[in-house]
Design a protein around this ligand. Structure first.
Ligand code: PGA
Length: 248
């Protein structure tokens, strides 16, 4: 049985004190018995939010990482730096990073490996644009993103560390979520790809999430689908709606 996981992606929102205030206001209402919960605030906020989450089972995630261990990479953050802030999860290959910050399949794969090597958990994001959806080439697109991102990742590493998030770009921040049928169809397809690349046992263990305009009102329909093991939540994670989503 795969435990569901709900992940908050604060993106570039909340200063340190704002994030601390907000997380303090929701943390006691979040029940982690049935659902793993991860909060991904921005880098400067991580250390403070780690303290804020102390004593809870809510886990801390980062929104990005650089794959090199250390050195002259101005503006970048290493896996060890994330570990020093108590980070357990890290978003990799979010479409905003792919589109605006030149993240490629190759850098996504390198980031996945650098996180796994230190036993952190990549939240590997894949998703198609509206153009690709309308062209009807979205299955091939997602398959190629997954194959490239998981290059040289072993079955054991995949099961132990990786979470895959299907996030159609046309649904992110638009208020237009994929329907639960569309989300389930793609999450099921991703599970089939994992089965092809590894084996059935692995495909049954890996957690596959949906992200894109998940709100309190559509959370339960989406999260009750057979192949959807959780949600990656942007906008609604900045408000009390997040509590309702976790307690779907
Ligand atoms: P959204 O963002 O919930 O605001 O659509 C999701 C995401 O980008 O992870």
């Amino acid at each position: 049985m795969r435990k569901k996981i709900v992940i908050a992606n604060y993106k570039m929102n909340y200063t340190i004190s704002e994030a601390e205030y907000f997380v303090n206001s929701i943390k006691d209402s979040i029940n982690t018995n049935e659902v793993d919960v991860v909060i991904c605030p921005n880098f400067v906020t991580l250390d403070r939010i780690s303290d804020t989450l102390d004593g809870t089972n809510i886990m801390l995630g980062a929104q990005n990482v650089y794959f090199e261990a250390k050195g002259a990479y101005t503006g970048e953050t290493s896996v060890d730096m994330l570990i020093s802030a108590n980070v357990k999860y890290c978003i990799v290959g979010h479409s905003e990073r792919r589109e605006m910050f030149c993240e490629t399949d190759d850098t996504v794969n390198k980031k996945v490996h650098s996180l796994i090597a230190k036993d952190l958990n990549p939240i590997l994001c894949v998703g198609e644009s509206l153009e690709i959806r309308n062209n009807n080439t979205y299955f091939e697109h997602i398959k190629s993103q997954i194959i490239n991102a998981l290059k040289d990742v072993s079955a054991e590493q995949l099961v132990r560390n990786v979470v895959i998030a299907y996030e159609p770009i046309w649904a992110i921040g638009t208020g237009v979520s994929a329907t639960s049928e569309q989300a389930e169809e793609m999450c099921k397809y991703i599970r089939e790809i994992v089965k092809e690349l590894y084996n059935e046992k692995v495909s049954e263990k890996v957690r596959i999430l949906y992200g894109g305009s998940v709100k309190a009102k559509n959370a339960s329909e989406i999260l009750n689908c057979d192949n959807i093991d959780g949600a990656l939540v942007g906008g609604a994670s900045l408000t009390n709606e997040f509590v309702a989503i976790v307690n779907y």
